[in-house]
Design a protein around this ligand. Sequence first.
Ligand SMILES: Nc1ncnc2c1ncn2[C@@H]1O[C@H](COP(=O)(O)OP(=O)(O)O)[C@@H](O)[C@H]1O
Ligand SMILES: [Mg+2]
Length: 230
Amino acid sequence: MPTDEILAVEGLNVAYGESKVLFDVSIHINANEIVSCVGRNGAGKSTLLRTISGFVKPTSGTVMFADTSLVGIKCYDIARMGLKYIPQDKKVFSDLTVRENLELGSYATQDYNWDKVTEYFPKLTLLMERKAGYLSGGERQMLMIGRALLGDPKVLLVDEPTEGLAPSIVAQLQNVFLELSKKAALVIVEQNLSLVSAISQRVYAVKEGRVVHEISDEGEIKNNVCEKYL
Ligand SMILES: Nc1ncnc2c1ncn2[C@@H]1O[C@H](COP(=O)(O)OP(=O)(O)O)[C@@H](O)[C@H]1O
Ligand SMILES: [Mg+2]
């Protein structure tokens, strides 16, 4: 693996029962890079992230996290190794407070330093005793991303983080992602193409289970050409 590469997916095929969803997908991510995956609903983006993070087992292909092969390793062990998946559904433990949700994250990672969470999301400090079920969508996303920062992950896979959020929160998350990329590589699945063009170093376009295009030209990304590959 090239020295600055942190994640390499090669020839990934994934099926749910008889139904094939990913076909020969290869992507690679460098340390501290922000890479976006774009594509229509049902293209297989979430399946790709779920397979990388060990929730779905591929029928064939390899996933290398630095020098470690991830295929066959359990999702919670992959998380503990420093590759975190932040799912699309924004599921938190809604009967638990923000504090209790973070305590679970600390228990799982043995990382009790919450400064790294509140540094990015100071608002969570004010919401510690609130039950997560009463958070707004934006606050819940902050909790999910914040909790994922415990254990100092090297790769964050973030699935449609801005879906349904107010523009002011999207702008805030945009800055957080840029800041986080100083510490970790980010793979972001996003429908918001202006966010994609603002933060991505590279973009993969996924269509019907295949990577159909990789855009790495800065000018092309800034000019928002992704749309034509969808
Ligand atoms: N758990 C599942 N069981 C069966 N089919 C699934 C499951 N999850 C997703 N699919 C199917 O796989 C395809 C890709 O879904 P998904 O990865 O969620 O796409 P995307 O995230 O790009 O919208 C869709 O046709 C979807 O219906
Ligand atoms: Mg999805």
